[in-house]
Ligand binder design. Structure first.
Ligand code: ATP
Ligand SMILES: Nc1nc2c(ncn2[C@@H]2O[C@H](COP(=O)(O)O)[C@@H](O)[C@H]2O)c(=O)[nH]1
Length: 194
């Protein structure tokens, strides 16, 4: 990876709005997102190769992972292949050299430690967990699974900015989508134009 390249690592709890922020960056600033891999089943409307690379236990090992975690009983990981594809898209965009990646906080710490200053960390959170649960149910997630997931240790861990990311992460409190977009605009403008 060339030194001027940057990865915006968007992290936080499930349902906090990480993917929404990544989609916003792609739509408004043509920042491509790294597609990561998982062994979980696709949710309704999710497409292989767009939302995730959906893997089986057998196909999982064919990828070359930079990092991988177990989350809520499934494997998730970001691969060198996925990053290369995002870099290739980035080269054709208005702002070459900037890509985004959505991971849990364990993945974000790995990126911080591996890529050093090339990793720009955005921690997305909300003030109200009940509201977050409602968002997940409105997204179409199974209500029983939403309760299980938002009661899990993984979720509880990702609701708080980890010690290792303090002084390094930009915190986005995604209670209001309009304000979140304005915050993202501010950080992106700093990155692109200053
Ligand atoms: N500020 C907001 N106000 C209302 N709804 C929101 C807001 N931000 C995101 N949402 C909605 O909340 C749901 C969860 O958001 P999103 O999928 O971006 O979260 P996530 O952190 O990527 O979750 P996961 O890690 O589980 O994939 C989506 O349906 C999204 O449209
Ligand atoms: N460390 C990594 N975490 C990842 C990766 N891809 C996704 N995720 C995170 O997993 C949870 C659950 O995602 P969901 O889509 O099933 O709700 C969430 O926090 C994702 O950000 C990855 O490659 N590495």
């Amino acid at each position: 990876m060339e030194n001027e390249n940057r990865v915006i690592v968007i992290t936080g709890a499930s349902g906090a709005g990480k993917t929404s922020v990544a989609r916003y960056l792609r739509a408004k600033y043509s920042v491509p997102r790294v597609i990561t891999h998982t062994t979980r089943e696709p949710r309704e409307g999710e497409i292989d190769g767009v939302d995730y690379y959906f893997e089986t236990e057998d196909s999982w090992g064919k990828n070359h992972f930079i990092e991988q975690v177990n989350y809520s009983g499934y494997k998730y990981g970001s691969s060198y292949e996925g990053l290369e594809r995002a870099w290739a898209k980035s080269k054709r965009s208005n702002h070459p050299g900037v890509i985004s990646l959505v991971v849990d906080t364990i993945g974000a710490i790995t990126y911080k430690e591996t890529l050093k200053d090339q990793a720009i960390i955005w921690f997305v959170t909300v003030s109200d967990v009940a509201g977050l649960r409602n968002r997940l149910i409105a997204r179409g997630d199974n209500p029983k699974r939403v309760v299980e997931r938002t009661s899990s240790n993984d979720f509880e861990r990702d609701m708080h900015l980890p010690e290792k990311l303090k002084n390094r992460a930009t915190v986005i409190i995604n209670d209001n989508w309009q304000l979140t977009q304005e915050g993202a605009d501010k950080f992106i403008n700093k990155l692109f134009y200053m």
